[in-house]
Design a protein around this ligand. Structure first.
Ligand code: NAD
Length: 316
């Protein structure tokens, strides 16, 4: 079995390294904080004095660090991973970091004959402990295939996203959508409660609608946006403009600030002024595509099998 190095044993790294150790890999560890190292040492891991030493003693070296500043310092700074790694060595960054940084770091490792993958994770501290993690991997596919069993020691949904940096891009997109949706939920729940509905009743009603199942959203995007076809409408833009407008009216009536909902309404109005009122409400994607200078088409995705963004079924 490969010797596995692990740097950064915090909320995420602690759980992931523990699962690697439980899978039987010999380990070398390093962190600035003594208290987080101890459980690994008790389990038989070797303590290194620097990231360079971790890499020198390991076949595969992982980092799980707060952000780009720490990743850059630990990967390429003095006594960093780059200094210790030898030809054939593999460095995998699990942090949520800047895609451009890992793309800058990778050629420096390649010059030494070593390999780099970016593999940010999603699932939180509890997922890291229980091996319920999505791992989004960028880099050489051959290297990914080689260490996939190791990634599966701590992640149950390991997915190859593309060339170096692709995992980090996917992770940032994942989180950005999540935080945007959460803000919309925050606006909706504060509006509903202030307008007189009990929080639990509101929650139960929302769960039972199409939003709760999320099926309409995912299937709808696959049927319309991915194909570039917005007619016939299954839910027309003029209806969604009306609904969002009614919600923002209610927000004004009850003094609930709703920045996301108001923005969504303005975008819908712009779409209406293009003469798209009878098209499917997802037609507003075209405005975003126009402003971003890019199209999002994936006609190969079967709407019936679009599933959820993150499924609990590993076969999806
Ligand atoms: P954390 O702060 O709990 O852990 C980071 C660890 O890195 C700490 O133990 C710290 O001592 C160590 N560290 C910092 N600088 C170091 C250095 N120079 N050398 C050695 N060790 C160093 O953070 P976390 O919550 O475990 O997050 C780690 C990464 O995972 C972040 O990029 C985060 O965005 C990402 N992430 C976190 C979660 C979550 O729910 N916490 C979920 C998914 C992804």
């Amino acid at each position: 079995m490969e010797t596995v190095g692990f740097i950064g044993l915090g909320n995420m790294g602690g759980g992931m390294s523990n699962n690697i150790q439980k899978a039987g890999y010999p380990m070398v560890v390093y962190d600035l904080r003594e208290e987080v190292i101890k459980p690994l040492l008790d389990g038989g891991a070797r303590l290194a004095g620097s990231p360079a030493e971790v890499a020198r003693l390991s076949d595969v070296t992982f980092t799980s660090l707060p952000g780009p500043r720490e990743v850059e310092a630990v990967a390429t700074g003095p006594e960093g991973v780059l200094e210790g790694i030898s030809a054939g060595g593999i460095y995998v960054d699990l942090s949520t970091s800047r895609p451009t940084l890992i793309r800058e770091i990778e050629p420096k490792f390649r010059a030494k004959g070593a390999h780099v993958l970016d593999a940010p994770v999603s699932g939180g501290k509890s997922g890291a402990q229980s091996r319920n993690l999505a791992v989004m991997v960028g880099g050489e596919q051959e290297i990914f295939e080689r260490i996939k069993p190791l990634l599966e020691a701590f992640g149950d949904k390991v997915f190859y996203a593309g060339a170096i940096g692709a995992g980090s891009v996917a992770k940032l997109v994942h989180n950005m959508i999540g935080h945007g949706v959460r803000q919309a939920i925050a606006e909706g729940l504060t509006l509903g409660v202030k307008a007189g509905v009990e929080p639990e009743a509101l929650w139960q009603c929302i769960r039972r609608g199409s939003l709760g199942r999320m099926s309409g959203l995912h299937e709808g995007i696959a049927r319309t946006v991915f194909r570039g076809e917005f007619e016939p409408a299954s839910f027309a833009l003029n209806l969604s403009r009306k609904d969002v407008g009614l919600a923002t009216d209610l927000g004004r009536e009850f003094n609930v600030p709703m920045p996301v909902a108001n923005l969504v309404e303005q975008i819908a109005i712009e779409g209406m002024n293009r003469g798209w009122g009878d098209r499917d409400s997802s037609v507003t994607f075209l405005l975003q595509e126009e402003q971003a200078g890019v199209e999002v088409r994936a006609s190969g995705v079967d709407p019936a099998k679009a599933g959820r963004f993150i499924s609990t079924h590993p076969e999806e």
